[in-house]
Design a protein around this ligand. Structure first.
Ligand SMILES: Cc1ncc(COP(=O)(O)O)c(C=O)c1O
Length: 439
Protein backbone atom coordinates (compact mmCIF):
# COMPACT_ATOMS: atom_id res chain seq x y z
CA UNK A 1 0.00 0.00 0.00
CA UNK A 2 1.20 3.49 -0.79
CA UNK A 3 1.68 6.12 1.86
CA UNK A 4 -0.46 8.45 -0.20
CA UNK A 5 -4.15 8.33 0.63
CA UNK A 6 -6.53 7.46 -2.19
CA UNK A 7 -8.36 10.61 -3.23
CA UNK A 8 -12.06 11.36 -3.10
CA UNK A 9 -13.93 11.57 -6.37
CA UNK A 10 -13.88 15.11 -7.80
CA UNK A 11 -17.35 16.56 -7.17
CA UNK A 12 -18.68 13.05 -7.46
CA UNK A 13 -17.83 12.94 -11.15
CA UNK A 14 -16.22 9.67 -12.28
CA UNK A 15 -14.10 8.64 -15.25
CA UNK A 16 -17.05 7.66 -17.44
CA UNK A 17 -18.78 10.99 -16.99
CA UNK A 18 -15.60 12.99 -17.65
CA UNK A 19 -14.99 10.91 -20.77
CA UNK A 20 -18.50 11.65 -22.01
CA UNK A 21 -17.98 15.38 -21.43
CA UNK A 22 -14.54 15.20 -23.05
CA UNK A 23 -15.90 13.55 -26.18
CA UNK A 24 -18.54 16.27 -26.42
CA UNK A 25 -16.11 19.16 -25.77
CA UNK A 26 -12.74 18.17 -27.30
CA UNK A 27 -12.49 17.21 -30.97
CA UNK A 28 -11.88 13.51 -31.63
CA UNK A 29 -8.54 14.23 -33.32
CA UNK A 30 -7.13 14.78 -29.84
CA UNK A 31 -7.85 11.23 -28.73
CA UNK A 32 -6.96 9.65 -25.39
CA UNK A 33 -5.68 6.14 -24.79
CA UNK A 34 -7.66 5.47 -21.63
CA UNK A 35 -10.81 6.97 -20.12
CA UNK A 36 -8.89 7.61 -16.93
CA UNK A 37 -8.98 11.12 -15.44
CA UNK A 38 -6.05 11.86 -13.19
CA UNK A 39 -6.45 13.74 -9.96
CA UNK A 40 -2.88 13.54 -8.79
CA UNK A 41 0.44 11.92 -9.43
CA UNK A 42 3.56 11.32 -7.35
CA UNK A 43 6.78 9.83 -8.65
CA UNK A 44 5.74 6.62 -10.49
CA UNK A 45 2.11 6.43 -9.35
CA UNK A 46 -1.11 8.11 -10.46
CA UNK A 47 -4.53 8.34 -8.81
CA UNK A 48 -7.68 8.90 -10.82
CA UNK A 49 -10.78 10.89 -9.88
CA UNK A 50 -12.36 7.72 -8.47
CA UNK A 51 -9.43 7.18 -6.13
CA UNK A 52 -8.01 4.26 -8.10
CA UNK A 53 -4.23 3.92 -8.12
CA UNK A 54 -2.07 3.19 -11.20
CA UNK A 55 1.59 2.29 -11.61
CA UNK A 56 2.96 4.45 -14.39
CA UNK A 57 5.09 2.78 -17.08
CA UNK A 58 4.49 5.69 -19.50
CA UNK A 59 5.63 8.93 -17.75
CA UNK A 60 3.28 10.99 -19.93
CA UNK A 61 5.18 9.69 -22.99
CA UNK A 62 8.77 9.92 -21.76
CA UNK A 63 8.39 13.28 -20.02
CA UNK A 64 8.53 12.71 -16.25
CA UNK A 65 11.90 10.91 -16.20
CA UNK A 66 12.49 12.43 -12.76
CA UNK A 67 9.07 11.26 -11.53
CA UNK A 68 5.75 13.06 -11.27
CA UNK A 69 5.93 16.26 -9.24
CA UNK A 70 9.54 15.68 -8.27
CA UNK A 71 9.90 17.76 -5.07
CA UNK A 72 13.09 19.49 -6.28
CA UNK A 73 11.50 20.41 -9.61
CA UNK A 74 8.34 21.64 -7.88
CA UNK A 75 10.41 23.76 -5.47
CA UNK A 76 12.37 25.33 -8.35
CA UNK A 77 9.16 26.13 -10.23
CA UNK A 78 7.51 27.63 -7.15
CA UNK A 79 10.57 29.82 -6.51
CA UNK A 80 10.53 31.01 -10.13
CA UNK A 81 6.80 31.75 -9.95
CA UNK A 82 7.44 34.01 -6.96
CA UNK A 83 9.88 36.01 -9.12
CA UNK A 84 7.97 36.21 -12.46
CA UNK A 85 6.26 33.88 -14.90
CA UNK A 86 6.92 35.50 -18.28
CA UNK A 87 8.81 38.40 -19.78
CA UNK A 88 9.68 36.74 -23.13
CA UNK A 89 13.24 35.62 -23.61
CA UNK A 90 13.31 37.59 -26.88
CA UNK A 91 12.44 40.87 -25.14
CA UNK A 92 14.02 41.00 -21.69
CA UNK A 93 15.77 37.69 -20.97
CA UNK A 94 16.67 36.12 -17.61
CA UNK A 95 19.50 34.22 -15.99
CA UNK A 96 17.83 30.77 -15.99
CA UNK A 97 17.70 30.67 -19.81
CA UNK A 98 21.39 31.51 -20.05
CA UNK A 99 22.32 28.99 -17.36
CA UNK A 100 20.23 26.28 -19.01
CA UNK A 101 21.77 26.95 -22.44
CA UNK A 102 25.23 26.70 -20.85
CA UNK A 103 24.27 23.40 -19.21
CA UNK A 104 22.84 21.93 -22.43
CA UNK A 105 25.88 23.05 -24.42
CA UNK A 106 28.05 21.24 -21.89
CA UNK A 107 25.93 18.07 -21.83
CA UNK A 108 25.55 17.67 -25.63
CA UNK A 109 27.76 14.94 -27.08
CA UNK A 110 31.08 15.94 -28.66
CA UNK A 111 33.82 18.48 -28.11
CA UNK A 112 32.83 21.25 -30.58
CA UNK A 113 31.72 24.55 -29.04
CA UNK A 114 27.92 24.55 -28.83
CA UNK A 115 25.03 27.01 -28.72
CA UNK A 116 21.33 26.47 -28.00
CA UNK A 117 17.97 28.03 -28.79
CA UNK A 118 14.74 27.48 -26.89
CA UNK A 119 11.25 26.77 -28.19
CA UNK A 120 8.17 25.24 -26.59
CA UNK A 121 7.43 21.82 -28.13
CA UNK A 122 9.33 18.96 -29.69
CA UNK A 123 7.82 19.52 -33.13
CA UNK A 124 8.97 23.14 -33.02
CA UNK A 125 12.49 22.04 -32.13
CA UNK A 126 12.48 19.68 -35.13
CA UNK A 127 11.22 22.45 -37.46
CA UNK A 128 13.97 24.74 -36.22
CA UNK A 129 16.69 22.20 -37.00
CA UNK A 130 15.55 22.28 -40.62
CA UNK A 131 15.53 26.10 -40.66
CA UNK A 132 19.01 26.24 -39.14
CA UNK A 133 20.40 23.55 -41.47
CA UNK A 134 18.95 25.32 -44.52
CA UNK A 135 20.32 28.68 -43.40
CA UNK A 136 23.75 27.13 -42.81
CA UNK A 137 24.00 25.12 -46.04
CA UNK A 138 21.88 27.16 -48.44
CA UNK A 139 20.36 23.81 -49.49
CA UNK A 140 16.76 22.61 -49.53
CA UNK A 141 16.48 18.82 -49.05
CA UNK A 142 15.87 16.91 -45.84
CA UNK A 143 16.13 13.15 -45.41
CA UNK A 144 14.30 11.27 -42.68
CA UNK A 145 13.55 7.59 -42.09
CA UNK A 146 10.55 5.29 -42.41
CA UNK A 147 8.92 4.72 -39.05
CA UNK A 148 10.46 7.92 -37.68
CA UNK A 149 8.30 10.30 -35.65
CA UNK A 150 9.13 13.98 -35.43
CA UNK A 151 5.91 15.72 -34.39
CA UNK A 152 2.51 16.89 -35.59
CA UNK A 153 3.18 20.28 -37.21
CA UNK A 154 3.19 20.23 -41.00
CA UNK A 155 6.94 20.08 -41.63
CA UNK A 156 7.50 17.69 -38.71
CA UNK A 157 4.65 15.54 -40.06
CA UNK A 158 6.26 15.62 -43.46
CA UNK A 159 9.41 14.21 -41.86
CA UNK A 160 7.45 11.59 -39.94
CA UNK A 161 7.48 8.17 -41.58
CA UNK A 162 4.21 6.74 -40.28
CA UNK A 163 0.91 7.35 -42.02
CA UNK A 164 -1.90 6.39 -39.63
CA UNK A 165 -3.09 8.37 -37.76
CA UNK A 166 -0.55 11.13 -38.30
CA UNK A 167 -0.52 11.87 -42.01
CA UNK A 168 -3.75 10.72 -43.62
CA UNK A 169 -6.12 13.61 -44.29
CA UNK A 170 -3.42 16.27 -43.69
CA UNK A 171 -1.46 16.57 -46.94
CA UNK A 172 0.00 18.04 -49.01
CA UNK A 173 3.17 18.19 -46.95
CA UNK A 174 6.11 20.53 -47.44
CA UNK A 175 8.29 19.50 -50.38
CA UNK A 176 11.91 18.38 -50.50
CA UNK A 177 11.48 15.77 -47.79
CA UNK A 178 12.72 12.26 -48.59
CA UNK A 179 12.52 9.01 -46.67
CA UNK A 180 14.96 6.10 -46.52
CA UNK A 181 14.35 2.78 -44.77
CA UNK A 182 15.42 2.63 -41.12
CA UNK A 183 17.54 -0.46 -40.38
CA UNK A 184 15.59 -3.00 -38.33
CA UNK A 185 17.23 -6.41 -38.26
CA UNK A 186 14.08 -8.03 -36.79
CA UNK A 187 12.18 -6.97 -39.92
CA UNK A 188 14.92 -7.94 -42.33
CA UNK A 189 16.33 -4.48 -43.04
CA UNK A 190 20.08 -4.41 -42.45
CA UNK A 191 22.35 -1.40 -42.04
CA UNK A 192 23.75 -2.17 -45.50
CA UNK A 193 20.19 -2.13 -46.95
CA UNK A 194 19.52 1.30 -45.45
CA UNK A 195 22.80 2.76 -46.66
CA UNK A 196 22.21 1.32 -50.13
CA UNK A 197 18.78 2.98 -50.19
CA UNK A 198 20.33 6.32 -49.21
CA UNK A 199 22.78 6.04 -52.09
CA UNK A 200 19.90 5.20 -54.47
CA UNK A 201 18.07 8.29 -53.20
CA UNK A 202 21.14 10.36 -54.10
CA UNK A 203 21.03 8.91 -57.62
CA UNK A 204 17.28 8.98 -58.23
CA UNK A 205 15.75 11.83 -56.21
CA UNK A 206 18.15 14.43 -54.84
CA UNK A 207 21.86 15.09 -55.17
CA UNK A 208 23.70 14.92 -51.84
CA UNK A 209 24.93 18.46 -52.54
CA UNK A 210 21.27 19.61 -52.38
CA UNK A 211 20.63 17.96 -49.01
CA UNK A 212 20.63 20.32 -46.03
CA UNK A 213 20.02 17.74 -43.29
CA UNK A 214 19.53 14.11 -42.36
CA UNK A 215 17.37 13.67 -39.25
CA UNK A 216 17.41 10.45 -37.25
CA UNK A 217 16.18 9.20 -33.88
CA UNK A 218 18.98 7.28 -32.13
CA UNK A 219 16.21 4.98 -30.90
CA UNK A 220 12.99 5.20 -32.90
CA UNK A 221 10.24 6.08 -30.43
CA UNK A 222 6.72 6.14 -31.81
CA UNK A 223 7.89 3.91 -34.70
CA UNK A 224 8.47 0.93 -32.41
CA UNK A 225 11.47 1.41 -30.06
CA UNK A 226 14.08 0.22 -32.54
CA UNK A 227 17.62 1.32 -31.63
CA UNK A 228 19.69 2.65 -34.52
CA UNK A 229 22.72 0.33 -34.70
CA UNK A 230 25.93 2.14 -33.73
CA UNK A 231 27.50 1.39 -37.12
CA UNK A 232 24.48 3.02 -38.80
CA UNK A 233 24.84 6.23 -36.80
CA UNK A 234 28.58 6.22 -37.54
CA UNK A 235 27.93 5.69 -41.27
CA UNK A 236 25.46 8.60 -41.27
CA UNK A 237 28.11 10.76 -39.60
CA UNK A 238 30.63 9.81 -42.35
CA UNK A 239 28.07 10.40 -45.10
CA UNK A 240 27.19 13.85 -43.74
CA UNK A 241 30.88 14.77 -43.39
CA UNK A 242 31.55 13.65 -46.96
CA UNK A 243 28.76 15.76 -48.45
CA UNK A 244 28.55 18.72 -46.05
CA UNK A 245 25.11 17.61 -44.78
CA UNK A 246 23.94 18.63 -41.29
CA UNK A 247 23.32 15.53 -39.13
CA UNK A 248 20.39 16.05 -36.75
CA UNK A 249 19.82 13.68 -33.83
CA UNK A 250 16.22 13.83 -32.61
CA UNK A 251 16.73 13.11 -28.89
CA UNK A 252 13.24 14.26 -27.88
CA UNK A 253 12.16 10.85 -26.56
CA UNK A 254 15.62 9.39 -25.88
CA UNK A 255 17.27 12.24 -23.96
CA UNK A 256 17.79 13.00 -20.29
CA UNK A 257 19.04 9.65 -19.07
CA UNK A 258 16.22 7.61 -20.57
CA UNK A 259 18.47 5.19 -22.48
CA UNK A 260 21.19 4.71 -19.87
CA UNK A 261 23.30 7.51 -21.36
CA UNK A 262 22.52 11.19 -20.92
CA UNK A 263 21.83 11.25 -24.68
CA UNK A 264 21.35 8.08 -26.75
CA UNK A 265 23.68 9.31 -29.51
CA UNK A 266 26.54 8.67 -27.06
CA UNK A 267 26.18 4.92 -27.72
CA UNK A 268 27.56 5.42 -31.23
CA UNK A 269 30.36 7.71 -30.05
CA UNK A 270 29.51 10.35 -32.66
CA UNK A 271 28.82 14.07 -32.44
CA UNK A 272 25.64 15.20 -34.20
CA UNK A 273 25.69 18.69 -35.73
CA UNK A 274 22.32 19.56 -34.21
CA UNK A 275 20.25 17.85 -31.56
CA UNK A 276 16.63 18.32 -30.49
CA UNK A 277 15.55 18.05 -26.86
CA UNK A 278 12.06 18.27 -25.32
CA UNK A 279 9.92 15.95 -23.13
CA UNK A 280 12.27 14.87 -20.28
CA UNK A 281 14.21 18.15 -20.32
CA UNK A 282 11.81 19.95 -17.98
CA UNK A 283 10.13 17.11 -16.06
CA UNK A 284 6.59 17.96 -17.16
CA UNK A 285 6.79 21.63 -18.14
CA UNK A 286 6.56 22.62 -21.82
CA UNK A 287 10.08 23.39 -22.96
CA UNK A 288 12.16 22.31 -25.94
CA UNK A 289 15.51 23.26 -27.39
CA UNK A 290 17.89 22.83 -30.28
CA UNK A 291 21.51 22.37 -29.22
CA UNK A 292 24.25 22.27 -31.83
CA UNK A 293 27.63 23.26 -33.16
CA UNK A 294 27.97 27.00 -32.59
CA UNK A 295 28.90 27.94 -36.16
CA UNK A 296 25.85 26.13 -37.56
CA UNK A 297 23.50 27.43 -34.83
CA UNK A 298 24.54 31.02 -35.61
CA UNK A 299 23.54 30.83 -39.31
CA UNK A 300 20.01 32.33 -38.95
CA UNK A 301 19.69 36.08 -38.45
CA UNK A 302 18.70 37.59 -35.07
CA UNK A 303 14.93 37.24 -34.64
CA UNK A 304 14.72 34.37 -37.15
CA UNK A 305 14.29 31.77 -34.40
CA UNK A 306 12.17 31.72 -31.26
CA UNK A 307 8.58 32.30 -30.18
CA UNK A 308 6.55 34.08 -27.52
CA UNK A 309 6.84 31.30 -24.94
CA UNK A 310 10.22 30.00 -26.16
CA UNK A 311 12.32 29.13 -23.11
CA UNK A 312 9.65 30.06 -20.58
CA UNK A 313 11.25 30.94 -17.23
CA UNK A 314 9.12 28.26 -15.55
CA UNK A 315 10.38 25.63 -17.99
CA UNK A 316 13.99 26.80 -17.63
CA UNK A 317 13.81 26.66 -13.82
CA UNK A 318 12.30 23.17 -14.02
CA UNK A 319 14.95 22.00 -16.50
CA UNK A 320 17.84 23.24 -14.34
CA UNK A 321 16.35 21.28 -11.42
CA UNK A 322 15.85 18.19 -13.62
CA UNK A 323 19.53 18.23 -14.62
CA UNK A 324 20.56 18.53 -10.95
CA UNK A 325 18.28 15.64 -9.95
CA UNK A 326 19.59 13.40 -12.75
CA UNK A 327 23.17 14.12 -11.67
CA UNK A 328 22.69 14.10 -7.89
CA UNK A 329 20.57 10.94 -7.84
CA UNK A 330 22.63 9.01 -10.42
CA UNK A 331 19.59 8.53 -12.68
CA UNK A 332 21.57 7.68 -15.81
CA UNK A 333 23.04 4.69 -13.97
CA UNK A 334 19.62 3.96 -12.48
CA UNK A 335 18.17 3.76 -16.04
CA UNK A 336 20.57 0.90 -16.72
CA UNK A 337 19.60 -0.91 -13.50
CA UNK A 338 15.91 -0.47 -14.37
CA UNK A 339 16.65 -1.81 -17.85
CA UNK A 340 18.38 -4.87 -16.41
CA UNK A 341 15.43 -5.62 -14.10
CA UNK A 342 12.91 -5.32 -16.96
CA UNK A 343 15.16 -7.29 -19.33
CA UNK A 344 15.29 -10.33 -17.09
CA UNK A 345 11.51 -10.33 -16.57
CA UNK A 346 10.66 -9.64 -20.23
CA UNK A 347 12.90 -12.43 -21.47
CA UNK A 348 11.28 -14.81 -18.97
CA UNK A 349 7.87 -13.69 -20.25
CA UNK A 350 8.99 -14.29 -23.84
CA UNK A 351 10.14 -17.79 -22.89
CA UNK A 352 6.59 -18.41 -21.55
CA UNK A 353 4.90 -17.00 -24.68
CA UNK A 354 7.38 -17.49 -27.54
CA UNK A 355 4.69 -17.39 -30.24
CA UNK A 356 3.34 -14.07 -28.97
CA UNK A 357 6.37 -12.07 -27.86
CA UNK A 358 8.35 -11.99 -31.08
CA UNK A 359 11.04 -9.61 -29.88
CA UNK A 360 12.27 -8.06 -26.63
CA UNK A 361 14.12 -4.77 -26.99
CA UNK A 362 15.98 -4.17 -23.79
CA UNK A 363 19.45 -2.87 -24.45
CA UNK A 364 18.91 0.88 -24.16
CA UNK A 365 18.44 1.58 -20.45
CA UNK A 366 14.87 2.32 -19.39
CA UNK A 367 13.54 2.56 -22.98
CA UNK A 368 12.23 -0.95 -23.47
CA UNK A 369 9.68 -2.77 -25.59
CA UNK A 370 8.12 -6.07 -26.54
CA UNK A 371 6.74 -6.74 -30.01
CA UNK A 372 3.60 -8.84 -30.12
CA UNK A 373 3.07 -11.15 -33.11
CA UNK A 374 1.10 -14.20 -34.17
CA UNK A 375 2.74 -17.62 -34.51
CA UNK A 376 6.14 -16.17 -33.62
CA UNK A 377 6.20 -14.53 -37.05
CA UNK A 378 7.65 -10.99 -37.28
CA UNK A 379 5.48 -10.48 -40.38
CA UNK A 380 2.21 -11.07 -38.47
CA UNK A 381 1.73 -8.12 -36.09
CA UNK A 382 -0.73 -8.77 -33.25
CA UNK A 383 -2.26 -5.28 -33.14
CA UNK A 384 -5.61 -6.35 -31.64
CA UNK A 385 -3.92 -8.24 -28.83
CA UNK A 386 -1.70 -5.21 -28.16
CA UNK A 387 -4.75 -2.98 -27.88
CA UNK A 388 -6.48 -5.46 -25.59
CA UNK A 389 -3.39 -5.76 -23.40
CA UNK A 390 -3.13 -1.99 -22.98
CA UNK A 391 -6.85 -1.76 -22.10
CA UNK A 392 -6.61 -4.64 -19.63
CA UNK A 393 -3.54 -3.08 -17.98
CA UNK A 394 -5.47 0.15 -17.29
CA UNK A 395 -8.31 -1.87 -15.79
CA UNK A 396 -5.81 -3.54 -13.48
CA UNK A 397 -4.03 -0.34 -12.46
CA UNK A 398 -1.08 -0.15 -14.86
CA UNK A 399 -0.42 2.68 -17.33
CA UNK A 400 0.96 1.14 -20.52
CA UNK A 401 1.64 2.70 -23.92
CA UNK A 402 1.79 1.01 -27.28
CA UNK A 403 3.65 2.15 -30.39
CA UNK A 404 4.95 0.80 -33.69
CA UNK A 405 4.08 1.36 -37.32
CA UNK A 406 1.82 -1.70 -37.03
CA UNK A 407 0.53 -0.87 -33.55
CA UNK A 408 1.91 -4.09 -32.06
CA UNK A 409 4.63 -2.86 -29.72
CA UNK A 410 4.27 -2.28 -25.98
CA UNK A 411 6.77 0.31 -24.82
CA UNK A 412 8.00 0.75 -21.28
CA UNK A 413 9.10 4.22 -20.17
CA UNK A 414 9.07 4.21 -16.37
CA UNK A 415 10.33 7.13 -14.31
CA UNK A 416 14.03 6.76 -13.58
CA UNK A 417 13.09 7.28 -9.93
CA UNK A 418 10.73 4.27 -9.81
CA UNK A 419 11.40 1.69 -7.07
CA UNK A 420 12.21 -1.95 -7.77
CA UNK A 421 9.03 -2.90 -5.90
CA UNK A 422 6.83 -0.86 -8.24
CA UNK A 423 8.60 -2.29 -11.31
CA UNK A 424 7.90 -5.82 -10.06
CA UNK A 425 4.31 -4.98 -9.19
CA UNK A 426 3.73 -3.44 -12.62
CA UNK A 427 5.32 -6.38 -14.44
CA UNK A 428 3.20 -8.80 -12.38
CA UNK A 429 0.10 -6.97 -13.67
CA UNK A 430 1.40 -7.10 -17.25
CA UNK A 431 2.14 -10.80 -16.96
CA UNK A 432 -1.28 -11.60 -15.49
CA UNK A 433 -3.12 -9.51 -18.12
CA UNK A 434 -1.25 -11.21 -20.98
CA UNK A 435 -1.83 -14.70 -19.56
CA UNK A 436 -5.51 -13.87 -19.19
CA UNK A 437 -5.84 -12.69 -22.80
CA UNK A 438 -4.00 -15.72 -24.19
CA UNK A 439 -6.07 -18.20 -22.19
C1 LIG B 1 11.35 11.60 -31.40
C2 LIG B 1 10.27 12.64 -31.29
N1 LIG B 1 10.39 13.78 -31.99
C3 LIG B 1 9.45 14.75 -31.92
C4 LIG B 1 8.33 14.60 -31.13
C5 LIG B 1 7.30 15.70 -31.06
O1 LIG B 1 7.32 16.31 -29.82
P1 LIG B 1 6.04 17.20 -29.34
O2 LIG B 1 4.91 16.24 -29.17
O3 LIG B 1 6.50 17.84 -28.05
O4 LIG B 1 5.79 18.19 -30.41
C6 LIG B 1 8.17 13.43 -30.39
C7 LIG B 1 6.96 13.23 -29.56
O5 LIG B 1 6.56 12.14 -29.24
C8 LIG B 1 9.16 12.43 -30.46
O6 LIG B 1 9.05 11.28 -29.78
Amino acid sequence: MSAIEPTRALSGTGNAEWQQRKLAAIARGQGNIAPVYIERARNAELWDVEGKRYIDFGTGIAVCNTGHSNPKVVAAVKAQLERFSHTCVMVTPYDSAVRLAEALNELAPGESPKKSIFVTTGAEAVENTVKIARAHTGRRGVIAFTGGFHGRTLLAMGLTGKITPYKNLFGPFPGEVYHAPFPIEYHGVSVADSLRALHSLFKADIAPTDVAAIIVEPVQGEGGFYPAPNEFMQALRDLCDEHGIVLVADEIQTGFGRTGRFFATEYAGIEPDLMTVAKGVAGGFPLAAVVGKADIMDAPLPGGLGGTYAGSPIGCAAALAVIDVIRDEGLVERANAIGARFRQRLHALQAKHPDTIGDVRANRGAMLAIELVEDGDAGKPAADLTKALVASAYEHGLVLLSCGVNGNVIRFLPALTISDELIDEGLDILEACLADLLD
